[in-house]
Design a protein around this ligand. Sequence first.
Ligand code: TYM
Length: 331
Amino acid sequence: MDTVVSGIRPTGFLHLGNYFGALRNFIKMQNENNCYFFIADYHSLTTHPTPGDLRTNVKNVLIDYVAAGLDPEKATIYVQSDVPQVCELSLLLSMNVYVGELQRVASFKEKVRRQPNNVNAGLLNYPVLMAADILLHRADKVPVGKDQEQHLEMTRDFAQRFNHIYQNEYFKLPVAYNFGNDLIKIPGLDGSTKMSKSDNEGSCVYLSDAPEVVRKKIMKAVSDSGPTEPGQPKSQAVENLFSLMKAVSAPDTLQYFEDQYQACQIRYGDMKKQLAADMIAFIQPIYERILELRSKDDYISKIAREGAEKARESAAKTIKDVREIIGFKAL
Ligand code: TYM
């Protein structure tokens, strides 16, 4: 049985990008593997949330996880900061990671550009902590979206480096869990190529959006004035509508609008109505479970408590092994 590790930063509610990037095929995933799904609250500190926001966001992500279908009886669901062993592993790995390579990471360079007044060391060390999350349970597979590809590659590098330095095969080299497809990137409603809360709140559809909210967002999504000649390439915004439709609609629905586009007869209003209906059908069961779970505080705390216990057990074993391999021994 393979071990699967996946994390999501608690920056608000889960959106469709998170769902398709990290939770796609969750039934197969949790039935066939030993899964660890956690809420990356240490990672979220790079943006300096208030204590109140942090707590609320962690709870909301936990609720969204369970509502989306993760089963606490099958998968270990936990909060990262409940398993502080990850900090020790991050520190130990960081001794063999070079500042130059961290400075060259695309997500770091992007943050430096966007938030020049808050280039904290946590941002620089972000990929090391992420590698520690994954290696802490000696994962085989990591379900992630396209945006995390580089971080995962670095995890493999750090694992391999550790194995090489200490002349063993302790860490496996984890690969993306992509179900035989390319890594996915769900685009935004605002014409941007990635649905992302931190880049643009307006690009997101959340799993916790009520049907009417979803409809309004889709109807307002950016499009263009339509193709004027057959074979005309799609604008980014229209490409996005098709990608979203591919994610939630039936293949023949997608084909119908593709044909309409190619024949220059497409009416984006009709396409959006259909997309809204299909997206609502997709989200509504999750949305209803979210509403239900919001009043079940005891159940949510129990999931977090029991998940933390299981995750700490697995983490303690890895830390014990790693300490021994490194040479920390009782005097
Ligand atoms: P985060 O919190 O930005 O996103 C969580 C997961 O959602 C995926 N994702 C997307 N996938 C497709 N299309 C999108 N528009 C989209 N937006 C987000 C991300 O790829 C990710 O899988 N560094 C991670 C959190 C993390 C982690 C880990 C993940 C920390 N430790 C260990 C896996 C394993 C992050 O910031 O993801």
